[in-house]
Design a protein around this ligand. Structure first.
Ligand SMILES: [Cu+2]
Length: 155
């Protein structure tokens, strides 16, 4: 008697598992980060990533949009989690990257690093490498910008 009850349960669980694994990638999202000469909301704010701080889930994608020419995005050495791939995009080109490794990612615009054009992306829980990222030296203006961004990492 219990035999007949067990089969449908196992079958439905198996179906559920298959449906869940197929459906999972559909929930991955794509976020946009604009690379700008000026902040449209504050013209004094020049050479920026907008938004400069982003919190996403593992598997999500970030598209860096070359809204104004002359910018790129490059991971900062020592500011990404262990096992994560570094990146460097071409100047004035859109660039997409999918993040699978949890942690905190500090990145910069290569030509405007000294001017403080930086951003931070937190993938899942950012705490794993946060202390290491914070301790990494950067040019004065970039260091100040990173400090404000890293302060937003809450978990
Ligand atoms: Cu730039």
């Amino acid at each position: 008697m219990t035999f007949t009850n067990t089969i449908p349960l196992v079958t439905s669980m198996a179906i559920l598992a298959v449906v869940t694994s197929i459906a999972a990638p559909a929930f991955a999202e794509t976020y946009e980060v604009q690379m700008l000469n000026k902040d449209p909301e504050n013209k004094k704010n020049k050479n920026i990533f907008k938004p400069a701080f982003l919190k996403i889930n593992p598997g999500d994608t970030v598209k860096f949009v070359s809204a104004n020419k002359g910018h790129n995005t490059q991971s900062v050495k020592g500011m990404i989690p262990e096992g994560a791939e570094k990146w460097k995009s071409k100047i004035s080109k859109d660039f997409e990257i999918t993040f699978d490794v949890e942690g905190t990612y500090g990145y910069k615009c290569t030509p405007h690093y000294a001017m403080g054009m930086v951003g931070v992306i937190v993938v899942g829980n950012g705490n794993g490498n946060l202390a290491a990222a914070k301790s990494k030296k950067a040019p004065k203006k970039a260091a100040k910008a990173f400090e404000a961004l890293y302060a937003q990492v809450t978990e």
